[in-house]
Design a protein around this ligand. Structure first.
Ligand code: UDX
Length: 447
């Protein structure tokens, strides 16, 4: 099939490249000329494992294209994916300007029947709103070209996005049009039946379930999924705080409850809590949507609050260990909100580093991928070339992001270069017993 992907961010680039790899002809469109030129030269503006190679392969095999001309790209495609960013506004509401611009471009360009797919995470009811915009644009041009809108939310995790497209737990298609649903089923058939060639693994043994529903339910599935995942994390972090007081090990508690099929072990890793661009935005959006109907989302609000608290808890641990932070040197390992991504949006490390600096500490930091200081990270933070430089003469080391390379560090060498042998393992990924026997004061989260 011929697809047009509007948006070349994490979702757009990954979605377009994966569909090209399944044999479709895909053009990814952006108004950002510089970005499109970089992509045409094979330079990928985001860090996502395996994405560079997959883009290069599909460009070489003439299935994947990049263009700034949205009109031409829309007109030659059968299915148009809106993969535009939907950032939060200061008041917590979703900024839909980019989605609106895309819908306007579609309304203006549409020349024959199209299926318009909302891949961006958009507020409930946005499918109808996109239809309205496309129709309004057509009226202005005295056009009445038929089209259908489909909601097809994505469930990609940054750092494993390609894997999450090809081996997703489910595909959700929301539309009132039988034709649109049948076409989308055809597009997703290779993923549903897992019939495509791949060297990615582990491959699911069964077919991928398909959920066909109405537009609104499909939009709600996305918000409910992210809200529940964030809830699991805030829940286990609250249990971790209790474990610290009673002397239990939260990782064992998570194992013990996670074996219950009704609970599941995933997303029960206690730590610094959740960050990234999706959870904060989606939980804020669903609260806003509820508020429009006079409903208060007490559980979701508590999940957000508990997550904020988790970051303050780390500062408290540092104060308990060092008493006075002013004048102390603290090393922080990791900036990105999770490993295998360069995304620092709402990263716990940034909140923690900024607060430590506000309290007078000197903070050194290193991240394997994030080399430029994010805009919201204090200018006083000191960027180091590696973990060992971070540890040098530090009174305290905080592991903020569980990059593999931090787990494999030479901790004897680390200990030898620190002023104090204090370490806070913000993601419970280091070996407490080994480090304690080495002479570290090891502080985990809930254990
Ligand atoms: C999330 C959803 O998982 C994905 O389905 C959706 O499409 C987009 O939002 P993402 O934000 O990329 O994906 O990362 P995810 O792996 O979900 O982690 C989110 C945050 O939760 C990270 O900060 C991570 O460190 C944290 N986390 C995750 C925990 O603290 N504990 C866990 O057990 C799992």
């Amino acid at each position: 099939m011929k697809l047009c992907i509007m948006g070349t961010g994490y979702v757009g680039l990954v979605t377009g490249t994966c569909f090209a790899n399944l044999g479709n002809e895909v053009v990814c469109v952006s108004g950002d000329e510089n970005k499109i030129n970089l992509l045409k030269q094979g330079k990928v503006p985001i860090y996502e494992p395996d994405l560079d190679e997959l883009i290069e392969k599909n460009v070489k095999e003439n299935r994947l294209f990049f263009d700034t001309d949205s009109e031409k790209s829309i007109q030659k495609s059968e299915i148009i994916f809106i993969c535009k960013g939907t950032p939060s506004q200061p008041n917590g509401q979703v900024n839909l300007k980019y989605v609106e611009d895309a819908a306007i471009e579609i309304g203006r360009a549409i020349n024959d029947y199209k299926i318009v797919v909302n891949k961006s995470t958009v507020p409930i009811g946005s499918g109808d709103w996109v239809s309205m915009i496309i129709n309004d644009e057509q009226v202005k041009l005295n056009k009445k070209v038929p089209f259908d809108v489909v909601s097809c939310p994505e469930f990609l995790r940054e750092g494993s996005a390609i894997y999450d497209v090809f081996f997703t737990d489910r595909i959700v298609i929301g539309s009132s049009s039988k034709n649109a649903i049948e076409t989308m089923k055809k597009l997703y058939e290779p993923i549903i039946n897992q019939t495509f060639e791949t060297d990615l693994n582990p491959r699911p043994k069964t077919k991928v379930p398909l959920v066909v529903t109405d537009l609104t339910s499909a939009e709600m599935i996305k918000y409910a999924a992210n809200s529940f995942l964030a809830t699991k994390i805030s829940f286990i972090n609250e249990i971790a705080s209790i474990c610290e007081k009673v002397g239990a090990d939260v990782t064992k508690v998570a194992d013990g409850i996670g074996l219950d099929k009704r609970i599941g072990r995933e997303f029960l890793n206690a730590g610094l809590g959740w960050g990234g661009s999706c959870f904060p935005k989606d939980l804020s959006a669903i609260s806003q949507i509820a508020a429009e109907y006079g409903l208060s989302t007490q559980i979701i609000n508590a999940v957000v609050q508990a997550n904020k608290q988790q970051r303050s808890n780390i500062i408290k641990k540092a104060q308990e260990l060092l008493k006075i932070l002013k004048g102390k040197t603290i090393g922080v390992l990791g900036i990105s909100f999770k490993p295998d991504t360069d995304d620092t949006r709402y990263a716990p490390a940034i909140t923690i580093i900024n607060n430590l600096i506000k309290l007078g500490a000197r903070v050194k930091v290193y991240d394997p991928i994030v080399k430029d200081r994010p805009e919201d990270l204090s200018e006083k933070s000191i960027f180091c070339k590696d973990s060992y430089e971070v540890a040098e003469n530090s009174h305290l080391l905080i592991l903020a992001t569980e990059w593999d390379e931090f787990i494999k560090l030479d901790f004897e060498k680390i200990k030898g270069s620190m002023s104090n042998s204090l370490i806070i393992d913000g993601r419970n990924v280091l070996d407490k017993e080994v480090l304690t026997n080495m002479g570290f004061t090891y502080i985990g989260i809930g254990r």
